[in-house]
Design a protein around this ligand. Structure first.
Ligand SMILES: *Cc1c(COP(=O)(O)O)cnc(C)c1O
Length: 370
């Protein structure tokens, strides 16, 4: 029966000796936060790696979302997806704005651009799409609608680290882009995150906002917050950046093996690579058609769990069903039929850089050789 547990993810950890050497430097300098040398180095290294003009580090991936809405002075209603991690919608709520849920499309699990216009009102000021599982959402269509109605686009790219489309950075798409470096993500700084922006003036303003609004020793220019990344995590992030490509390669190998085995299993749907996209293989969601597969999603989920295989039902339940949001007019299942269906079909299989062939076989056994 259950030997070792196979978790849905496993954090990418830097070499401990190299990390210790950097900690010694931090101790020697006694500069532990407030834009220290490693913070500066990591911003530079990430801007290069991600091929983006400007980036600002944050202490997690929720605060850049909150701060993006502040930086763009978003008010009123924000159109967003219910099929995401709850922080996406919370950031709208924390800004005193009203989230308006629009259904997703099955093809990308991102917001369905064809359903956005019907949700726009005179109070709408922004759209907050998510590139779910790191799959590029329909950004061109979303941006065209935003341009037509004068809306801002805040892209929650928490899953999309390193994703490129036609050689272009996907985390440069949108007016402001938010990234998460949480332990469960492809690239982590323990906790951490970042905001990507397109010009120096915005970078400056965001840097003020993440440090209480301080523009100088005695000058406060905005009601800012404290969401700065410290030196310890910046050092850790520099080390992890050196090995993230290798980790993504290993994830790719896992995806290839899953796909090979699952391709002809009736009732199981999964994503193939998209043309001209550099994927990051951050998640491996499968979608279960209970009738064709002969077992419901939850039956499979709990059967795997009993054997120590800890997949996750990302994203179930939908954000729109949580107590804070369920009374919103846009939150009903009848407004969100695709998201509701997908949320009831999905399991994210274990996906990380340390999975062995034996692990993969154990996972697949539950699905292929039932
Ligand atoms: C992880 C995640 C966040 C929040 O990031 P934290 O670093 O955990 O604060 C926001 N949005 C999405 C889609 C996420 O997956």
């Amino acid at each position: 029966m259950a030997d070792k547990q196979i978790t849905v993810t496993s954090p990418l950890l830097p070499n401990l000796d190299e990390f210790n050497a950097m900690l010694k430097e931090i101790w020697a300098s006694k500069w532990i936060t407030n834009n220290g040398q490693f913070h500066q180095q990591l911003e530079k290294a990430l801007a290069e790696y991600l091929k983006v003009p400007y980036i600002s580090l944050f202490t997690n991936g929720t605060l850049p979302l909150l701060t993006a809405l502040q930086a763009l002075r978003i008010t009123g209603e924000v159109i967003t997806t219910p099929y995401s991690f709850v922080a996406t919608t919370h950031s709208i709520w924390w800004n005193g704005c009203r989230p308006v849920f629009v259904d997703i499309e099955e093809e990308t699990c991102g917001i369905d651009p064809e359903k956005i216009e019907a949700a726009i009102t005179p109070k709408t000021t922004a759209i907050m799409p998510v590139s779910c599982y790191g799959k590029p959402c329909k950004m061109n269509e979303i941006q065209a609608i935003a341009d037509k109605y004068g809306l801002k686009v805040i892209h929650d790219a928490a899953h999309a680290f390193g994703v490129e489309v036609n050689g272009e950075s996907w985390v440069s798409k949108g007016d402001l882009i938010s990234l998460s470096f949480h332990a469960t993500k492809v690239y982590n700084t323990l906790e951490g995150g970042a905001m990507v922006m397109h010009d120096e003036a915005t970078k400056k303003r965001v840097d003020f906002l993440k440090n209480f609004g301080f523009a100088g020793e005695t000058e406060v220019v905005a009601p800012g917050i404290n969401s700065k990344m410290d030196e310890v995590r910046a050092a850790y992030g520099l080390l992890n950046l050196k090995q993230v490509d290798e980790a993504i390669k290993k994830r790719h190998q896992v995806a290839i093996k899953y796909r090979e085995a699952l391709r002809n299993v009736p009732g199981i749907r999964f994503f193939d690579d998209m043309p001209d996209v550099r994927h990051n293989y951050s998640y491996f969601p499968i979608f279960i058609n209970a009738e064709e597969f002969g077992m419901t999603r939850d039956e499979l989920y709990f059967k795997m769990r009993a054997d120590g295989i800890l997949g996750r039902r990302y994203f179930y339940p939908l954000i729109s069903t949580f107590s804070t949001y369920r009374s919103l007019p846009s939150a009903g299942a009848e407004n969100l039929p695709v998201a509701t269906k997908v949320a009831n079909e999905v399991i994210c299989l274990p996906m990380h850089h340390e999975l062995t062939d034996a692990d993969i076989e154990r996972v697949l056994n539950h699905i292929v050789n039932r």
